[in-house]
Ligand binder design. Structure first.
Ligand SMILES: Cc1ncc(COP(=O)(O)O)c(C=O)c1O
Length: 403
């Protein structure tokens, strides 16, 4: 084994990692369990735990009076998310609803101003495909699931295009500026696997949605966010005419008359506790900076790729992610015909938590703030030992409901 693939190499990377100290700011219930699924549900930070406890007390003490402050929270935390994570301007990001609902809103709004087809790529995340198909159906519009990103861009001329900036399976990172410039379609970017993992500059982008429970550590079911570039806001309308988008909301007026800014894309009562959890989490991202966070993501995934090349390829694994770190998010896909059983065996027998994605992908999510280089080394070492011994073959072959 070359020296840089020995455990000492990973330990040396940890010693010089400028972000290593952030691990101690997260709850680690079981230090022997290697958590490599931060791209599915991020860890709980200690600050978020305290903030949630304080928020619950505030609810108890202030009751309905709390709304005087809470009502502005989705836009206020949206502004922080814009500045710290996604490279947008104040007034362009709103924390609201789920990714699914936000995509529904923006797809309808975009289809109001583009008459062409509604398009995505066949590999896009299921909820994106289902929502876009449904929106097209509701509007009597053509819906296209293109076989590749390039085909999707071509097919979307004059219409609405939705792409994931980081692919949920392969981790492939697209060139947002180049694709946006190459099409006259309105592009809705799904940032779910990108926000908190890679540096994002939304300035050229028109529309985007994303989630906060993965790399942004806001907790299970935490709200999503949506971005609408400021110059487009007056021209776009949400298909959900909810009272939180209404001008002078508490006048309880007769007809729907949406406010001018990003809050015109709000719908109903926002989830305050989860939004406060996100607010606390953003403090850590602000402190660490997305530049260093993304650089560590590239280094962690590089180490995983090198170890997989050296140790796992002889056992039938194939790299399912781009080799070039600049073209990757912060997770690595390893493909294997028995990936489901390997994933379960890792969780149940080796104390390593990755996840499985159909049809044959074991995903290693390497959240930069909470994953060390030795976690990566140990995780892949345990994986190698497990397949060497053939332990996964002792498990039943069928996936469970949550993978
Ligand atoms: C790329 C992508 N888009 C959308 C979603 C769905 O988000 P939600 O369940 O918050 O609507 C996910 C969830 O993992 C995702 O990975």
């Amino acid at each position: 084994m070359t020296p840089d693939l020995e455990r000492a190499g990973a330990e040396a990377l940890d010693r010089t990692d400028p972000l290593a100290r952030y691990r101690d700011r997260f709850v680690v219930d079981d230090p022997t369990r290697l958590y490599l699924d931060g791209n599915s549900l991020g860890r709980l930070s200690i600050a978020t735990r305290s903030r949630l406890a304080a928020a619950v007390d505030e609810w108890g003490a202030r009751l309905v009076e709390g709304w005087h402050d809470w009502i502005e929270l989705p836009a206020r935390v949206g502004d922080r998310l814009a500045a710290i994570v996604v490279g947008a301007q104040p007034g362009e990001v709103l924390v609201a609803d789920s990714v699914t609902v936000n995509l529904f809103k923006l797809a309808h709004a975009a289809a109001d101003v583009r008459s062409g087809p509604i398009v995505t790529d066949a590999g896009n995340f299921p909820t994106d495909r289902y929502v876009l198909d449904g929106v097209a159906r509701q509007r009597g519009r053509a819906y296209v699931e293109a076989p590749s990103i390039g085909d999707a861009v071509d097919a979307a001329a004059g219409g609405v295009l939705c792409l994931s900036l980081v692919d949920y399976r392969s981790g492939a990172l697209l060139d947002l500026a180049a694709i946006t410039a190459a099409t006259d379609a309105l592009v809705i970017w799904d940032l779910s696997h990108a926000a908190g993992a890679v540096e994002i500059d939304l300035a050229p982008a028109e529309l985007a949605v994303g989630c906060t429970y993965k790399y942004l550590n806001a907790g299970p079911g935490a709200p999503g966010f949506l971005y609408v570039r400021r110059d487009l806001q007056p021209r776009l309308r949400s298909p959900i005419q909810g009272w939180f988008a209404q001008r002078d909301q508490f006048a309880m007026g007769a007809g729907f008359d949406p406010v001018d800014g990003i809050e015109r894309f709000a719908a109903g009562t926002p989830p305050i506790l989860a939004t406060l959890a996100l607010d606390a989490s953003l403090d850590l991202f602000e402190d660490a900076g997305m530049g260093p966070i993304a650089a560590k993501g590239r280094a962690l995934t590089d180490l995983a790729v090198r170890l997989a090349d050296a140790w796992l390829m002889p056992f039938g694994f194939v790299l399912g992610s781009p080799r070039d770190a600049e073209r990757r998010g912060s997770h690595v896909a390893l493909r294997h015909p028995d990936a489901w059983r390997v994933t379960r065996a890792l969780i149940e027998r080796a104390g390593v938590v990755p996840d499985f994605r159909q049809p044959d992908i074991l995903r290693l999510g390497l959240a930069p703030l909470t994953t060390s280089f030795t976690d990566v080394w140990d995780g892949l070492d345990r994986l190698r030992g497990l397949v060497e011994r053939g332990e996964h073959l002792e498990l039943p072959p069928k996936p469970t409901r949550v993978t």
